[in-house]
Design a protein around this ligand. Structure first.
Ligand SMILES: *Cc1c(COP(=O)(O)O)cnc(C)c1O
Length: 369
């Protein structure tokens, strides 16, 4: 393996293909450095930082073309914290969860552990597929727009009477959808939005805001850090309940502006789909690789999973790539497959994706002699 050298012309210009954390454009980091003297290390209750929160909220409203009444909320803790907060402030009594990988399973497990809720209904399907059944008699239905652990993307549509909660952590910014089909569409900024981790953001429908205000202001004890009513009130004032990472907010705002300048969600989704199509078409044409997700309609346009046959160990391929500065192509570890996972978020260049697949072909040829 140590002897496999990838020719320079096959190496991507930027070697970051991780599914989150993901590539952060250097130009945005440079703009952060330029803004730093009057931004970093200043109070989050003052205009310089509140302006960044406003940029993020206004920019997302425009990017997602939100209907009147929808609100953009944010807070610290990432999507993982939002799961807990949703258990306190969005699920009234019982939720249903479409579970088809690690992330969707974690939300269901978090809710199952909450003593004040009924046991959740878990609608499960094997990795590489997605459940489609609806469920009656629940007040929230939890979907995952892109299951980052498997590379399955699901169409969003309401599956019952309750609120539709969507974990869009890796999908948001790269897959088109209709906001009218969701009530809480939440994500973290270190995936398709090319920033750092630590924050959660949520697009909330009027029905979700009403549920939050009822549950957060009701009899249930809600820890302040998990109180979406507190988060919503702070968001409306362009601030967060406690101190945010200002660099994360700035990099996020930069990427939102960039994507809005490129044509918003429709353009970003088209760009990601074209890059993903390259990966899937390459795998299909190859005699040693194939897309992991059998149903083309479920193949994610942002996180591409490709199985390799036993003649080409994926661990070796990823290790050779890593030795050349091309990183984070490893499959989700718990999936336990001979697989590459390649993120094609909006910040990733199409030409780099093409070089990556050519580099993998080069490594495979060397391994197979
Ligand atoms: C990355 C990811 C998460 C976790 O995000 P954090 O910011 O680490 O909390 C949750 N759900 C999905 C689908 C993800 O891809």
């Amino acid at each position: 393996m140590a002897t496999i050298a990838i020719p320079a012309e096959l190496l991507p210009g930027d070697g970051r293909f991780g599914s989150g954390p993901s590539k952060v454009p250097q130009a945005a980091v440079d703009r952060l450095a330029a803004a730093a003297p009057t931004l970093l290390g200043t109070s989050h209750r003052r205009p310089a930082v509140k302006d960044q929160v406003r940029r993020v909220r206004d920019g997302l409203r425009r990017f997602f073309d939100l209907p009147d009444g929808y609100e953009v909320a944010l807070g610290n803790g990432g999507a993982t914290l939002f799961w807990e907060a949703a258990g306190y402030c969005l699920i009234q009594r019982r939720s249903a969860h479409a579970v088809f990988g690690e992330f969707s399973a974690k939300f269901a497990a978090a809710v199952a552990a909450m003593p004040f809720l009924d046991a959740p209904v878990v609608v499960e399907s094997p990795p590489g597929t997605a459940p489609t059944q609806g469920t009656a008699d629940v007040d929230c239905y939890a979907l995952t727009h892109c299951e980052t652990s498997t590379g399955v993307a699901t169409p969003l549509h309401r599956r019952g009477e309750g609120l539709t909660l969507v974990d869009a952590t890796s999908a948001a910014g790269g897959i088109a959808f209709d906001p009218a089909d969701v009530d809480a569409y939440y994500f973290s900024p270190q995936k398709a939005f090319a920033s750092e981790g630590g924050l959660w953001l949520a697009l909330l429908s009027p029905a979700a805001c009403a549920r939050i205000e009822r549950l957060a202001g009701g009899d249930r004890y809600v820890p302040a850090m998990l109180d979406l009513g507190v988060a919503l009130a702070n968001s409306r004032a362009d601030q967060t309940y406690n101190t945010p990472a200002v660099a994360t907010l700035f990099l996020l705002a930069e990427q939102i502006d960039e994507l809005n300048a490129r044509g918003g969600l429709a353009a970003a989704a088209k760009d990601c789909a074209a890059k993903a199509e390259h990966v899937y078409a390459w795998a299909q044409a190859s005699d040693y690789a194939e897309p992991f997700v059998a149903d083309p309609a479920l193949r994610s346009p942002v996180v591409c999973t490709v199985d390799l046959d036993t003649t080409v160990p994926a661990d070796t391929v990823s290790a050779v790539l890593r030795a050349h500065g091309v990183v984070d192509t490893e499959a989700y570890r718990k999936l336990g497959r001979n697989q590459l996972r390649i993120a094609v978020f909006p910040a990733v260049d199409a030409a780099d994706v093409e070089r990556l697949t050519a580099a993998v072909d080069h490594i495979a040829a060397a391994l197979r002699g």
